[in-house]
Structures are given as structure tokens and as C-alpha cells.
Design a protein around this ligand. Sequence first.
Ligand SMILES: Nc1nc2c(ncn2[C@@H]2O[C@H](COP(=O)(O)OP(=O)(O)OP(=O)(O)O)[C@@H](O)[C@H]2O)c(=O)[nH]1
Ligand SMILES: [Mg+2]
Length: 483
Amino acid sequence: MPVRSPSPDPFSSFLAPPPNESPASRTARLASEAEDRRVSQSIDDGLREERAMIRRREKEVIKVLLLGQADSGKSTTLKNFRMKYAKEAWRTERASWRAAILLNVVKALVNILHALSTRPVHSSLETPTADLSPTTEQPPSPSNLTPIDNNPFPTAMLSEPLVRLERELKMHLGPASEEIGEFGMDEGIRCPTVTSPTSPTVTSPTSPTLPSSSSSYASPTSPTSLSPQHQPHDETNIHLQTPTPCDIPRSPPAQEHLGRRVLGIDTVLDGLLTDLSRVTSPDYVPTDDDIICCRLRTTGVTEYALTFPTGMDEECGVGEWIMYDVGGARTNRYAWQSYFENVNAIIFLAPISCFDERLLEDTRINRLEDSFLLWKSIVSSRFFVKTTMVVFLNKVDILRRKLEEGRMVNKFLPSYGTRENEWKVVVKYLRDKFKEMSRQFSPQPRVVYLYSTSVINTKATSQTLKSVRDGILREHLVSAELA
Ligand SMILES: Nc1nc2c(ncn2[C@@H]2O[C@H](COP(=O)(O)OP(=O)(O)OP(=O)(O)O)[C@@H](O)[C@H]2O)c(=O)[nH]1
Ligand SMILES: [Mg+2]
């Protein structure tokens, strides 16, 4: 059978020169085709160059992940970074912290009233059987509280509008306003908009989980629910009552309780509580310290961009850092993994004051034990073999206070043994412990930068951040040279 030549491609015949092309037309056509090829080549070169530039920029962007359990101080550390290195953005969002600060104050007042109407029967449950036994102390629960004598405040009368205001503020602020497993006087009348902590959200790179600045709570010049002049409901006008909530923190029973720290109220709020008239004024603009002290739970993962010099001296160009702040509760941690690729540095927050506390989300687990387990899983992860590791042994101020009040570390951490119950000794012990765990569980030898911190102290933290920044940059430069 004769072999038939394949029929010509209709497209190639469409592109072929005309059969009767003159020599002059042919020359012109070839010149035009050469020019087309040149233009196309230069477009390809441009695209290649652009792609290479994007790859180079991606390499230059330093990714820093803040990790650690809930309430360890990750967001507070980020606030310090932004206060120092993103001054303009920090300044413009200052007013939007107002509602969150008010909520912190109202929650504390509700707690004080609750404690004034009740008192704990058991002061301590210190009977661990092993290191970091779960049988450590718990905050007072409704079942171990009894009414307190000589309480000067009509507790129910005062607490009702406060609880209502607390609920209003929570509705305004959303899920971040509620602690996981939060226990308060408003149990049973919780904010209906609060969503399950098991469904964290990932916020957009540019939107911190802050209250909206368009709201009446957020504007520094607009009224707040604590202001007497502009009440949404008469019953929330807490200034009109006698005694007023402003009298509560200064009252002798409250002072006695604050002094004994049986309320679970952190020292960070003391400043706000003793200066309530400032915070409740209609012209109130939060200060740096107010914002640093303010607690707003992180419910998903937030990204922040910071701009830094790319080298050690200030004459170098600037580079970009992206910092990721995550929700630290156990129920939030599954969302972390999508941020693990190509992380340059991790700042791990271990709140070492919590040696005698349990996790809110799982009260069987000691908080220090949880930090050890987290640290072990981070240093042993294959994702972080080349990641710079920075550890903040945080909340040293609270550790010091607890030890001064006579809390014994070895009651909760028997391996601490007979070492002196002194904060510097405890810090050294824990520093060695974190280092040793890194040595034992890291797939490759690595350097760990450890700092003892109280990140609510912005001045001291500013120095630490500079050192952390330089350390991360230095390691980044070294690895870029090796790559
Ligand atoms: N006293 C004291 N308080 C601190 C320190 N660090 C943080 N805090 C306070 O502890 C609370 C919790 O801090 P955050 O930064 O919100 O904790 P977080 O790790 O972001 O917590 P999640 O968002 O729940 O994961 C805030 O009220 C802070 O002001 C510290 O070193 N000392
Ligand atoms: Mg946070």
C-alpha cells in the first residue's frame, strides 16, 4: 500500500509566506520577523528578571514566628516590636485599643466584686506527686468560695450594670474578648456572639484582631459606656451609684485582697485600676503602657510587616520582616502548621511564673509542663532545622513576686530539689533546662538565644529586641552567604 504523506497542517499553511512573494517583500518580511523575535526575547528576559527579583525579595523577607502557650506574652512581645519599629502604624491604631482596655478594667472590677462577696476556703492545693504534677493550685472556683464578712459594697447592685457592660463590650470586641474556659460572674449570660475556640480564624496580613476604629468605643473623642453623659442604657451609668465602681479598688477589703493576690488579677492591671477616672474619661486616649497591659486573646494567626535595616550598620538598605502571632491555646495550635515553611526565626515565649498554674483549656496540665512539651516538639521538628531559635523566659516579674510571697518551686517541680528558692536561681535552672532540651531533641546542633524577660517592661524589652533583631539578622546573613 502506498505511504501517504501527512496532510499539511492548516495552521502552518496559514503562516507560510505567499507563494508569489517578491524578493523585496521577502527581505522586509524576514526583517520584521527578526524584530518580532527580538521584542519577544526581550519580554522573556524581562519576565525572567522579574521572577528572579521576586525570588530574591522572598529570600530577603525574614519570617519570624511567635510561638508559645496562651497568655505567655506573644502578642505583648509583638506590641513591643511594633511600638519600636512600626511607630506610625502603632500611633494610628492607639485609639482602637480603648474598648479592649475598658473591658479589661470592667472584668477586673467584676472579679473584685465577686471576690468581695466570697472568699476561698482552701488557700492552696500543693501536693504534687511527681514533677509538675497536675495537682497544682487552681484559681478559686464557685464551690470553694464562701461569703466574706464586712463587705461594704452592695455587690449585686454594682455588679449587675458592670456585668451588662462587660457583655456589651464583649459583643463589640468578638471572640478575642473571652478567655477559653473563662470563669466570671456572668456565667450563663455570656455574649451570644462568642464562637467556639476550636475554630480559629486566620486574619488578613494587614488587619490586626483589634476593635473597629469606627465604633463609639474605639474613638478617643467619643463617649464610652463608662461615661456618665452618654449612656446607651441608664442602668449602665455606673458613675451615678454610691459607692461607685471607682471606689472599689481603693476600698480596704479590695486592697487587702489585691495585696494577697487571691483574685487572680494580674499586677499589670493595678495601674489602670488605681486610676479609673482617667480610663473612664470621655477624652481617654490609651497610653503605650495601657496597651501593653491590655489582654486580648489571639484567636487565629495574624501577620504584621516590619521594616528593618538589612545589615548591621544603619547605612544598609532596608528589609522586610513578617511577624506571625498565633493563638496559643491547645485548641488553636493545629492552625500553626501552615506557617511553618521557610521560617527564619522563632521567638518562643515560656511564661516561667506559671510553675504553679494549670492550662485553662485543660486543667489537668501544668502550664510549665505544657511549655516544656511545646519546646520539645518545636526543636525536634524537621521544619525548623535551620531556624534561628530565640527563647523568652517571660513573666519574670510575676515569678519574683510569687517567690517573695513564699511560693516554693520544688513543691510543683520536684526536680528543682533543694536549690535556693530565689528568682535568679530559678531562671538559671530553667534556662539550662530549655538549653538541654534543645541539645537533646534538635536533629542538628543549634544555637539557642535565651533571654529572661518581663515584656510588659517596655524599656528593658526595647534593649532585648535590639539584640534579638541583630542576632536574627546576623544568622540570616550567614545563611544567605552559605546558600
Ligand atoms: N506581669 C506581666 N504580665 C505580662 C508579661 N507578659 C505578658 N503579660 C500579660 O499577660 C497577658 C497575656 O499576654 P498576651 O501577650 O496576650 O499573651 P499571648 O501569648 O498572646 O496569649 P494568646 O493570644 O492567648 O495566645 C497580657 O495581659 C499581658 O499584659 C510579663 O512579662 N509580666
Ligand atoms: Mg496573643
